[in-house]
Design a protein around this ligand. Structure first.
Ligand code: PKZ
Length: 455
């Protein structure tokens, strides 16, 4: 028992490492975890006193618990059996596949990261890049039943959309975004998960994956989790609103009981920018030869480096307006009472229409509209801007047009295009660079669908 045992050094080192890991995981980590959990609970209790929509327990549940709950859901269990039969594989292999899907989808929310870091960073970033204007938020949210699950539906113009809206909604609640598979890569994936985002695949979906995703969306909705969905399913390639994708909406509809006390209320949010950071990459992606939107890391690095240079040398000016307008909320209870032959398609179209109804009108879009119609003179562009802004205002639109002469407003937009070398001014004459015409058309497309008389 008390004999001396001789061991090589490497074995001793290994033993010490294993002993330390075991001690930490059994004794230290639980208490450290408990300490942080208590702190997080205190933070959430504090937050919930000031948030209009408190953070729901479902969102705070441990990630592993939600994954297990999902895997043992009767509908998922049935899908596992079907998958095993169809693929001719043992059920436990199909079960593991479903578990992998669940792990991919389910987020683990950190209130500290969301409210302590992300929303502050989002506010700083939004305000340092744009002149942010918000309309209609209080009116849109005022009449919503506090028991209802709120789902923000946004048009997708830029990756700035969720930065802006996360910040703007931060005094209401935390938003859980449906995030495309592009963001699953490290380090973005874990970060987005910690902010409550749930991942959705948009390619190669098999019925088992669809069932796991559908049940996650349904459980989150039934448990009151406030979500944010881009129904267009991807960034607009040409500046215009796109037709809705019906997947997530159809999952919500399929599980919705109009007799239930918990309603689902969709809040349309329309976003427009005078400068979309990714505009040219999107236009290329929308071209005939390109297939998907590719933002390479070196493009981002080069862009950030140039941006930093401009900031350090004091030459950076903001990218004009970023406008966010909240539209008329849509109650799912009321919507279903109206009766629809194809509820999913009707819901998708109604939501896109309500976003379109409140799309804000920005000077850059009006100037680009004038340019696409052939205006090549500052005075003509300014006259177009003034008339069209008035038309849109009469229609009840949010028109962000500073209280100054139309000519000055037009000049601000023209100079922004000039800095990008899209055009140059020769006195009052505008000389457009041909290869920038698609960009000009892109911004003209960001205007709402035409109802007023053309000038
Ligand atoms: C600096 C600080 C930062 C701070 C910041 C913090 C926030 C940190 C978060 C980051 C946030 C990032 C946010 C990124 C933004 C995006 O990634 S946007 C892209 C991702 N989001 C979306 O795509 C949402 C909308 N998309 C969908 O709903 C898609 O349809 C899905 C669910 C992904 C599936 O795609 P799909 O295969 O194309 O399917 P789709 O044709 O739409 O529909 C298929 C289903 O709908 C059903 N369906 C279709 N039509 C009908 C019908 N008429 N009736 C009934 N059912 C129908 C089909 O039956 C089918 O059902 P299942 O067979 O699945 O049961």
């Amino acid at each position: 028992m008390f004999r001396t045992v001789e061991l090589p050094l490497w074995a001793v080192i290994l033993l010490v490492i294993f002993a330390t890991v075991t001690f930490a995981s059994h004794f230290l980590f639980p208490s450290v975890r408990w300490y942080f959990r208590k702190r997080a609970e205190r933070l959430i209790a504090q937050l919930n006193t000031r948030l209009k929509v408190p953070i729901q327990p479902f969102k705070l549940a441990r990630r592993m618990d939600t994954i297990n709950r999902l895997n043992h859901d009767p509908e998922v269990a049935q899908a596992i059996v079907d998958h095993a039969r169809e693929q001719d594989m043992p059920e436990d292999v199909a079960y593991e596949t479903a578990r992998r899907y669940a792990r991919e989808i389910v987020p683990g929310f950190s209130a500290l990261l969301y409210f302590g870091v992300a929303t502050r960073l989002a506010r700083w970033l939004s305000r340092s890049l744009y002149r942010v204007r918000v309309t209609g938020e209080a009116e849109a949210l005022a009449g919503i039943d506090p028991k209802a699950t709120v789902i923000y539906v946004l048009n997708h113009r830029s990756n700035m959309d969720y930065v802006l809206v996360t910040w703007l909604a931060a005094h209401q609640t935390a938003l859980a975004y449906a995030v495309g598979e592009w963001a699953r890569r490290w380090p973005l994936g874990p970060l987005i998960r910690a902010m409550g985002g749930y991942f959705v695949r948009r390619r190669n979906l098999n019925p088992l994956y669809r069932r796991v995703l559908a049940r996650y969306v349904q459980l989150a909705t039934a448990n009151g989790v406030t979500q944010a969905v881009f129904p267009e399913g991807r960034l607009s390639r040409d500046g215009a609103l796109q037709a809705p994708k019906l997947g997530i909406l159809s999952y919500i509809l399929a599980d919705h009981d109009p007799e239930d006390t918990r309603d689902v209320v969709f809040v349309p949010v329309a976003v427009n920018y005078e400068r979309v950071l990714e505009d040219r990459v999107l236009i290329v992606a929308g071209g005939e030869t390109a297939h998907s939107f590719r933002l390479r890391w070196w493009m981002v690095a080069r862009y950030l480096w140039r941006h930093l240079q401009l900031r350090l040398t004091g030459r950076f000016t903001r990218f004009g307006y970023a406008a966010v307008v909240f539209g008329r909320p849509l109650s799912l209870h009321r919507f279903l009472w109206q009766g629809h032959a194809d509820p999913a398609a009707a819901l998708g179209n109604a939501l896109i229409d309500r976003i379109g109804e409140v799309l804000p009108v920005l000077p850059m879009a009006l100037v680009c509209e004038a340019l696409t119609k052939g205006a090549r003179d500052v005075a003509v562009v300014a006259a177009h801007l003034e008339t069209r802004a008035e038309d849109w205002r009469e229609e009840g639109r949010a028109v962000y047009y500073a209280q100054r002469e139309a000519r000055d407003t037009a000049m601000v937009a023209l100079r922004m295009l000039g800095v990008r070398k899209a055009l140059r001014l020769d006195g009052d004459r505008i000389v457009l660079a041909e290869d920038w015409l698609p960009v000009i058309a892109y911004y003209a497309n960001t205007l709402p669908m035409q109802k007023v008389n053309e000038t």
